[in-house]
Design a protein around this ligand. Structure first.
Ligand SMILES: [Zn+2]
Length: 248
């Protein structure tokens, strides 16, 4: 198979003031437009995890890439959605079940700026406009540090909660491990919960070997400093694949 990059974004917004922790994860709307336009100009189609599934399984082939957003920020709806619509791309936004309509409270202790997360109505709007909602647990905890019962709650109950809150064609089919923290038990629970895939923060593009591990999919981190040209290098060359390290 041709390696498939799955892009990992967080916020799409104007930059917080210099020195703000994690400022690098806030990509400007203009930069996001340039990333998407560059891929489109080369004939690539940007897809949500559900739309990407037949390509990941090998059922379909083509010039495609995945687009994912972690955490469920309202600014994805404000700034990314118009660009995605313009390009006719789809994407998956992984939201935190118990923090719908609230802020990224898990970041608070680290001094990271608090930003609004999508409400139920906004998530439905996101879906109605052709995008997808996935699960990013209930509380954005580190799944490798919780007990067995909590692990099941975070993975299974977040799916139930989102299935009930958001109307989408096939329910909540995709999962993302907070902080990329994952072990064999997390994979087993995610698989049995009824998800179709799970993404990590492991660097690299999806390769043939990853087809046997749809619950450990690598992604390509896109940050504030990633230019459109660097994005093309990350997506089209083996640059990211060479930076891959062993997991689980
Ligand atoms: Zn996250």
């Amino acid at each position: 198979m041709t390696p498939i990059p799955i892009l990992m974004y967080h916020q799409i917004d104007v930059a917080p003031i210099k020195g703000t922790p994690m400022r690098g994860l806030v990509v400007s709307p203009g930069s996001f437009w340039r990333h998407m336009a560059a891929m489109k100009a080369l004939g690539y189609l940007g897809l949500s995890m559900s739309d990407l599934e037949p390509y990941l399984s090998g059922e379909k082939t083509g010039k495609v890439f995945g687009i994912t957003f972690d955490d469920g920020y309202e600014n994805n709806l404000m700034h990314a959605l118009p660009v995605l619509r313009q390009m006719r791309f789809t994407s998956t936004c992984y939201v935190v079940g118990k923090l719908i309509g609230r802020t990224n409270v898990w970041d608070q202790a680290k001094g990271i700026e608090q930003k609004q997360l999508m409400t139920v109505a906004q998530m439905q709007e996101w879906v109605n406009q052709g995008q997808e909602i996935g699960s990013h647990t209930l509380t954005h905890c580190n799944l490798t540090e919780v007990d067995a019962q909590r692990l099941v709650c975070e993975i299974v109950d977040s799916k139930r909660l989102l299935d009930a809150a958001v109307r989408q064609a096939h329910g909540t089919r995709h999962f993302c491990y907070p902080y990329g923290a994952v072990n064999g038990e997390c994979v087993r629970v995610a698989e049995s919960a009824g998800y179709a895939t799970a993404t990590t923060t492991q660097r690299g593009r999806v390769q043939d070997a990853d087809r046997r591990q749809m619950f450990l999919l690598p992604r390509v981190l896109v940050s504030r400093s990633t230019s459109w040209m660097q994005l093309l290098v990350k997506c089209i060359t083996a640059y990211e694949d060479r930076r891959r390290t062993a997991m689980v």
